[in-house]
Design a protein around this ligand. Structure first.
Ligand SMILES: *Cc1c(COP(=O)(O)O)cnc(C)c1O
Length: 377
């Protein structure tokens, strides 16, 4: 009888892995869902029509492997060339690609004894804490070393000297910066991001998933610095999570490197159709941004009036520290009233709730419910 080799069937790295935990998508009738930063407004009717029109016998064909038409349109929009753009199956896919393309797995150099500083930086994926909680998971999967760096007061960006003191490594192979940040909603200025990028030796990805709700965007930095990539997505501002389309903009050499590693048909055909139709109807979406921003400001004022500490937000969600009960208890109380928000266990934000901005009627129900539950404090 053959003896099975004494080797685990599953890589130890994967056995140890803590998988990403996405926000819940429960099927509860009448639930007001304010937990995953989805857009309360549907895609434009023109987008729905374009997707429906594409559903026919052509589904048997492979989609365009390089999302050529979409990249051309995006290039026009951002004033660059199609070679400066890569489209992904959501921006999450591209963030994962970046950890594989720009960072050396740390395990590979282990046998060579103590690492030099340069070797250590080559394996480093760094990000702020708190920011997008997917980053550490992607870094772990790629076998790299993580460097979570605390933010300053009110989750602001420390000045460069302070950053280095907090442990930020300007030589790190890959720095991932959510801007505006999540879950804080804090918007960084292009000037401070420019300073950070200028001092960085490795790749900097500016993850602008929420930028359409912000005062500034940093797209110019991807076109100015050859080591900076800007990440965008159709998921949040363009009501298209379901279709999974995101993209990076940056230097053609970086884009070509990412392109080598991605799956040949990474962006599904209906996603390409939907994203193109979205770009044909931008005024529809800009009206939605304005509505969401107006609702956000209204809810900020009302919750502040109730004594909640609401951080100024440049996104489509709020991070707020409630009164009377701990945040975790609010989560349960609101859920019992069919209002689902997000609560993160980790220490930096465990006293807060993250509340996605829904439609005006949804947010009226939310504020009314908070008032009811918190009355008599
Ligand atoms: C939602 C989100 C993404 C992911 O977007 P997809 O394009 O849907 O993969 C990326 N970064 C941040 C910070 C997000 O919140």
């Amino acid at each position: 009888m053959a003896v099975r080799a004494q080797r685990p069937l599953i890589r130890p790295l994967v056995q140890r892995l803590h998988a990403y935990v996405p926000g819940e998508q429960p099927k509860i009738p009448g639930l007001i869902k304010l937990n995953t930063n989805e857009n309360p407004y549907p895609p434009s009717p023109k987008v729905l029509a374009a997707v429906k029109a594409a559903v026919d016998g052509r589904l048997r064909l492979y989609p365009n492997p390089t999302a050529a038409a979409l990249r051309e349109r995006l290039a026009k929009l951002h004033g660059c060339a199609p070679e400066n753009i890569i489209v992904g199956n959501g921006s999450d896919e591209l963030l994962a690609l970046a950890t594989r393309v720009f960072v050396e797995p740390s395990t590979e150099s282990k046998v060579q004894g103590p690492k030099s500083k340069a070797q250590a930086s080559a394996s480093l994926v760094q990000y702020f804490n708190p920011s997008y909680s997917l980053y550490p998971v992607l870094a772990e999967i790629a076998g790299t070393v993580t460097n979570p760096v605390p933010l300053g007061a009110d989750f602001g960006l420390p000045a460069l000297a302070g950053l280095a003191k907090s442990g930020w490594d300007f030589n790190a192979a890959l720095s991932l910066v959510t801007t505006p940040n999540a879950p804080s909603g804090h918007g960084f200025t292009t000037a401070e991001l420019d300073a950070l990028c200028a001092k960085s030796k490795g790749i900097v990805v500016l993850d602008e998933a929420y930028v359409d709700f912000a005062r500034e965007n940093a797209m110019s930095l991807a076109l100015k610095h050859s080591h900076v990539l800007v990440s965008r997505t159709f998921s949040k501002a363009y009501s298209l999570c379901f279709q999974r389309v995101g993209y990076f903009v940056g230097h053609a050499d970086l884009i070509a490197a990412l392109d080598k590693v991605r799956d040949s048909y990474n962006v599904n055909g209906l996603g390409q159709v939907a994203a193109l139709a979205t770009l044909d109807d931008l005024p529809y979406y800009r009206r939605n941004f304005q509505r969401i921003i107006a609702t956000r400001e209204q809810v900020t004022a009302e919750l502040t009036g109730l004594g909640w500490a609401v951080l100024p937000s440049q996104t489509n969600f709020l991070l707020a520290r409630p009164t009377r009960y701990p945040a975790e208890e609010w989560l349960a109380k609101l859920r019992a009233q069919k209002l689902l928000v997000r609560w993160f266990k980790y220490p930096e934000v465990r006293d807060y709730l993250r509340i996605t901005i829904g439609s005006e009627p949804e947010m009226e129900v939310f504020v009314k419910t908070v008032r009811k539950l918190g009355a008599g404090k």
